[in-house]
Design a protein around this ligand. Structure first.
Ligand SMILES: [Zn+2]
Length: 355
């Protein structure tokens, strides 16, 4: 879906870009110590890297990773983030920490807590409660589910019911690896669901919702190519936590699509980038002025290094001449680096082997 801006765009301008799937908590992961073993497949990557990292998160590291991630989004002309969060040892209040951090930087965010049964029924209940608490207090978000393969049927039904009650969709990883039990979602999905990856979904999967394609992450985890153009669902573009440089993700998505089907056009892939505005319609009135013109998908597909000169969100200039107008970016980076050091120390206390 393409949403047209109300005001005319200059040749070097675009609306605000949207990262349709992010994990702001992963902003501090760069530089983390090597895992205790070399992961050889996607499940081992989850066990040895991400499920150790999320267990080590506390309120402080959630806050600084969100601020750093939001700042880096703004720096690349991304004015809205659809975030999926998990911090099993700091669940209660975590979505508000992320929303407040993004508000301070000036970036729009849609928050959800990824409910899972990996930490037992109490963990699942706490995740559901956090989504409910955040949405009940007027927070902008969806109900998060980690993925069907870590959730019972009861937990999936509870998340779907909670989302319905709040009039929002469910934000869930779907068929990222070949071991996901995505069929559990059948009968629950709706058009407002946010289905992440879909790499191993059959063409006739029957799930409703927007499928969010994350090509760089899929390559990084060697899970395969999603070939999103084969689906009837709307397609949006995310990073799965590897920053929020959406022009870069567009270029990766384009070349990955071309490797699969050489008739794919930059316009096809640009439409995926624009689809993020389906959940954030107000970004069409955000303005990003770039150091390049014209901002045409055919040129951008082959132009590296295009950068924002000015970013305006809701009429406020929040980024100009390489700097945030609101906060001291150097201080955010310094505090985030300190938080990362503490986080890496806590990683030593997390389980080192498969359970
Ligand atoms: Zn993800």
């Amino acid at each position: 879906m393409s949403v047209e801006p109300r005001a005319e765009l200059a040749p070097n301008e675009t609306p605000g870009l949207v990262c349709a799937h992010h994990h702001l908590y992963s902003a501090l992961a760069r530089g983390m110590p090597a895992p205790p073993g070399v992961p050889e497949n996607f499940l081992e990557i989850l066990h040895l890297v991400w499920w150790r990292l999320d267990m080590a998160l506390d309120e402080d590291t959630i806050e600084w990773s969100a601020k750093l991630g939001a700042l880096e989004a703004l720096q690349r002309g991304c004015t809205a983030i659809i975030d999926h969060h998990e911090s099993p040892n700091a669940i209660d209040g975590s979505l508000s920490i992320i929303a407040d951090a993004c508000a301070e930087i000036g970036v729009r965010v849609n928050c959800s807590y990824g409910v899972t049964d990996r930490h037992g029924p109490d963990g699942a209940a706490a995740g559901l409660a956090e989504n409910d608490r955040f949405l009940s207090n007027g927070g902008r978000g969806m109900v998060g589910l980690h993925a069907a393969f870590t959730c019972s049927d009861e937990t999936i039904a509870a998340a779907a019911e909670l989302a319905d009650r709040h009039g929002v969709g469910v934000h869930v990883h779907v068929a990222e690896g070949d071991r996901d039990t995505w069929e559990q979602l059948r009968g629950h999905t709706r058009d407002n669901w946010w289905l992440i990856h879909g790499v191993h979904l059959p063409d006739d999967h029957g799930l409703s919702g927007t499928i969010v394609h994350n090509p760089r992450s899929n390559m990084n985890n060697a899970v395969g190519y999603a070939a999103p153009q084969r689906f009837e669902n709307p397609i949006a573009l995310g990073t799965d936590g590897i920053g929020a440089d959406m022009l870069d993700e567009f270029r990766v998505a384009f070349v990955a699509a071309r490797a699969h089907e050489v008739t794919t056009t930059p316009d096809d892939v640009w439409s995926w980038l624009q689809a993020g505005a389906g959940l954030f319609p107000e970004v069409v009135d955000d303005r990003v002025a770039w150091d390049y013109a014209p901002m045409d998908p055919w040129r951008l597909a082959y132009s590296p290094g295009v950068s924002p000169q000015q970013v305006t969100i809701e009429g406020e200039i929040v980024w100009e001449q390489g700097r945030s107008t609101r906060i001291d970016a150097d201080e955010v980076k310094a505090k985030a680096a300190e938080a990362a050091t503490r986080l890496f120390r806590r990683l030593d206390d997390t389980p080192r082997f498969f359970h």
